[in-house]
Design a protein around this ligand. Structure first.
Ligand code: ATP
Length: 795
């Protein structure tokens, strides 16, 4: 249990994994902190286990449980080996295959789920989902044995195939898009935390809120109704300052670890038959007491939350008000706590105060032995302070302090300047320099510490016995605690992260996105959410993709802003689909179910592969897994092999992607790829505008229509980078000969391009009309206008 409580922001997931020879993988993940069980079973489509890697990245487990022997589909390394390579710092536990018993798993899930299994759709499919049920059996069995707990019946929030109800972003894309960590930190080992979306949004206060934010960024929502409920809530917060500040204030009253209270009520310590607690050490009792105090503090904060939410209008907040604030169970739990726990006891993070609060948590007079232990605790504490006073006088150390920490107990802290380099011989114990102070102890203090500690231990153990009945009573209503934790984490994310971030931006810089399941992706004046705060003048750009125009090829010299643009679009979509405002003037998003990126970073797992092989594997993965609602972002595909082969690959990949319904954005230096637009009307060519003045490039970072040839940009930039001028000159003469013919051909192509783009513009207008919700007359009028502008050439 200890690591459950000490988990902090670290992972608290125990994940069980099993596969069969048919490429199927079953996953069961227990979150010890939020008391939830996530089950998934899927076909692994890539031999490098991309789906499983995505899943593991999402859970970031502290322990992974796998069966011993290799049982993998042909060409696959096997789950166990994958864990060794991909999760190098995670503890791997190999348990017997008999642990993965699906029949037992089915019974466990039925008994432990807070909701009826029928609500999960699992009961009719038990046979089909045998792998994840087997994984559940192994994970639950290991957790109970290792942590010395029994999971309370009907306490776990079970989700099935949860990740498939969310947008899927594979691990490589998570890195490429710098969602959790900036790339520099993984590539160069330096930390530049400001450059990740997670760090930008991480203003959450509750640990569970931070974890929810991370989970949302890794798996954004797909359901428009849920996204809009969050956005409605943001609308209300942004237009009602009183509600926004009121909620921020109310949330501040809840302890940072509020979501932690759950684990003590869902995971009950095991008892042995003679009635003695199996895990009866004082630390466990102390954790239990601190949970009750935490729960009391959280329940005390509820009335303020209710007061703030009372007049809220949006669905999400009114629903929270109804389900939590008007739920009488919280008041009755609070009343029961009040019968045993002292009214003045409060949760605190200061170790010394927390310890005293824990020793005095239970009301006086309930247990005689506890009262005696408390007296001894007070006596030794007083003796320690008297000893400090004595030393202050005897050794002329007026600034001697007596701090406390959980590991050492009490110790002395003396400013170095007070002792002139000579510590009195009495202070010989545990001497360490700490800034301008010396930390030390004496034999007398050490002995008092021992007595004080043992008195505190006695208090904890007696207190735990007094709390047993109360704990059991609270366990009966554990589902309302799960609800409270969920609601607080969600509010924390929306108020402290989303609303707070938006409120720090100039008015109207962030706007509410619109959504559809089959409409266009249109972003007007979109900006890069992270880079815009680093650049003084970040240039906004647009994107328009629709069924009639599902591919955009972005061209431009090096450093013109292509990669930034690709990343910006993905980040805007992720922000939109987690229910946050976005950095754009306007946006309508077709719900994306998978984001695929190919941006040229190395995957650590397959170091044996060359850059080209990596590129091809990533591309193959995209081709095999792309769905009609995917967004594919490719940066410079085909650059890692011979130019003719690279071009051929890039061209054929584009042709393949063009035939799908997915939206693709393709950045390239290969100017000839623009010829695609002369053949396919659903390709749009854009380029980043660059001015050439005095043979120097002035980057405008502005996207313009059509292809544009910028002569010798590589050579110009190479010169700036310091390549010797003789080398540059030779390169210039070589390239001049090669490109003479090319330029001529480009001019011809650009004429054809204009014709084909006319078709594109007509299609684009028609798409806009389709989704404009206008009445029939207005549409007829708009069509007439369109016809006229085609005829007079003004389109
Ligand atoms: N819209 C913008 N407004 C302002 N600065 C930008 C913008 N887009 C990019 N930049 C700046 O330009 C730099 C280069 O951008 P980026 O890496 O996206 O270029 P690129 O075209 O992908 O280059 P390469 O082809 O060499 O990979 C970025 O680091 C960023 O600082």
């Amino acid at each position: 249990m200890e690591d459950i409580d000490d988990a902090g922001e670290k992972s608290s997931f125990v994940v069980g994994l099993i596969e069969n020879r048919a490429k199927e993988v079953g996953v069961a993940a227990i979150d010890l902190r939020s008391a939830s069980l996530h089950l998934s079973q899927y076909i692994e489509t890539s031999s490098s286990y991309q789906n499983t890697k995505t899943m593991l990245q999402f859970y970031d487990p502290m322990v992974i449980i796998v069966p011993p022997n290799k049982l993998a589909a042909d060409g696959m390394v096997g789950i166990s080996e994958l864990v060794d390579k991909f999760c190098t710092s995670t503890r791997k536990v190999i348990v017997s295959r008999s642990y993965f018993d699906d029949t037992r798993g089915a019974v466990l899930v039925k008994n432990l789920a807070a909701k009826e299994p029928s609500a999960l759709g699992l009961d009719t499919y038990y046979k089909q989902y045998y792998l994840c049920l087997g994984a559940a059996a192994a994970t639950v069995k290991w957790t109970e044995a290792e942590k010395g707990v029994i999971i309370t019946n009907h306490s776990l929030s079970v989700t099935f195939n949860g990740s498939f109800g969310h947008m899927n972003i594979d691990t490589t894309s998570v890195q490429n898009l710098e969602i959790i960590e900036p790339l520099q930190s993984t590539l160069c080992g330096t930390k530049n935390k400001k450059r990740s979306l997670f760090q930008m949004l991480k203003a959450t206060r509750i640990v569970g809120g931070t974890r929810l934010l991370r989970a949302n960024l890794l798996q954004p929502l797909k359901d428009i109704e849920t996204i809009n409920a969050r956005l409605d809530c943001l609308d209300e917060l942004m237009s009602n300052e009183q509600l926004f500040f009121g909620l921020s204030q109310a949330l501040r009253k809840f302890p940072k670890e509020t979501d932690r209270v759950l684990c003590h009520f869902c995971f009950k310590p095991k008892k042995v038959t003679n009635g003695v607690l199996a895990i009866d050490n004082a630390r466990k009792s102390q954790i239990l007491i601190s949970s009750i105090i935490l729960l009391k503090t959280a329940l005390d904060a509820l009335p303020l939350l209710s007061k703030v939410l009372k007049d809220a209008k949006c669905f999400l907040l009114t629903n929270i008000y109804k389900s939590v604030c008007e739920n009488e169970k919280y008041a009755s739990i609070r009343k029961r706590i009040g019968e045993v726990i002292d009214e003045d006891v409060l949760h605190t993070r200061v170790p010394f105060v927390a310890r005293t609060q824990q020793c005095f948590a239970v009301k006086a007079g309930i247990d005689g032995l506890l009262d005696i232990a408390r007296r001894s605790f007070c006596d030794t504490s007083e003796a320690i302070h008297n000893l400090a006073n004595k030393y202050r006088e005897d050794y002329k150390l007026p600034n001697l302090k007596i701090p406390f920490n959980n590991r050492q107990g009490f110790y002395f802290s003396i400013p170095q300047k007070d002792i002139n380099g000579k510590l009195p011989s009495k202070f010989i114990q545990q001497v360490v320099k700490h800034g301008n102070n010396i930390h030390c102890s004496t034999l007398e203090l050490a002995s008092l510490n021992v007595r004080n500690k043992s008195a505190a231990k006695e208090c904890y153990t007696r207190t735990e016995l007094c709390l047993e009945e109360l704990m059991d009573a609270i366990r009966q209503d554990v589902s309302v605690l799960t609800l409270l934790a969920e609601v607080l984490c969600l509010l924390d994310m929306i108020v402290n992260s989303f609303a707070n971030m938006i409120s720090t931006k100039p008015v109207d810089q962030y706007t509410r996105p619109q959504f559809s399941y089959d409409g266009p992706l249109a972003i007007d004046s979109g900006r890069h959410p992270i880079l815009e705060s680093i650049h003084n003048e970040f240039i906004p750009n647009n994107i328009f993709l629709s069924e009639a125009s599902n591919m955009v090829i972005v061209m431009g010299p090096n450093m013109s802003g292509k990669s930034t643009y690709l990343q910006q679009i993905c980040l805007i979509i992720i922000l939109a689909q987690i229910g946050c405002y976005i950095p754009a003037r306007f946006a309508t998003v077709r719900i994306v179910d998978r984001i695929f990126t190919r941006m040229g970073t190395m995957d650590n797992l397959e170091l044996n592969s060359s850059t080209f092989m990596m590129e091809m594997k990533e591309t193959a993965f995209i081709m095999q897994n792309v769905s009609p609602r995917s967004l594919i972002v490719m940066d410079e595909l085909g650059r890692a092999t011979s130019s003719s082969d690279g071009f051929a690959i890039a061209w054929s990949c584009c042709e393949h992607l063009l035939s799908l319904k997915a939206y693709t954005i393709f950045a390239t230096h290969m100017e000839n790829l623009s010829e695609l637009a002369t053949i396919y009307p659903n390709v749009k060519i854009l380029h980043f505008h660059v001015d050439i003045k005095n043979n120097r490039m002035d980057f405008k970072f502005q996207l313009k229509d059509g292809p544009r040839h910028v002569p010798h940009y590589g050579l110009k930039l190479a010169g700036v980078a310091g390549l010797p001028s003789s080398v540059i000159e030779t390169a210039k003469s070589i390239t001049a000969k090669i490109t003479e013919k090319e330029v001529r051909r480009m001019k011809i192509n650009s004429l054809q391009y204009n014709d084909i783009q006319m078709v594109y513009r007509v299609a684009q207008r028609l798409m806009c009309l389709k989704y404009s919700n206008q009445d029939e007359d207005s549409i007829r009028e708009a069509l007439q206008g369109l016809k006229e502008s085609i005829l007079n050439g003004s389109l």
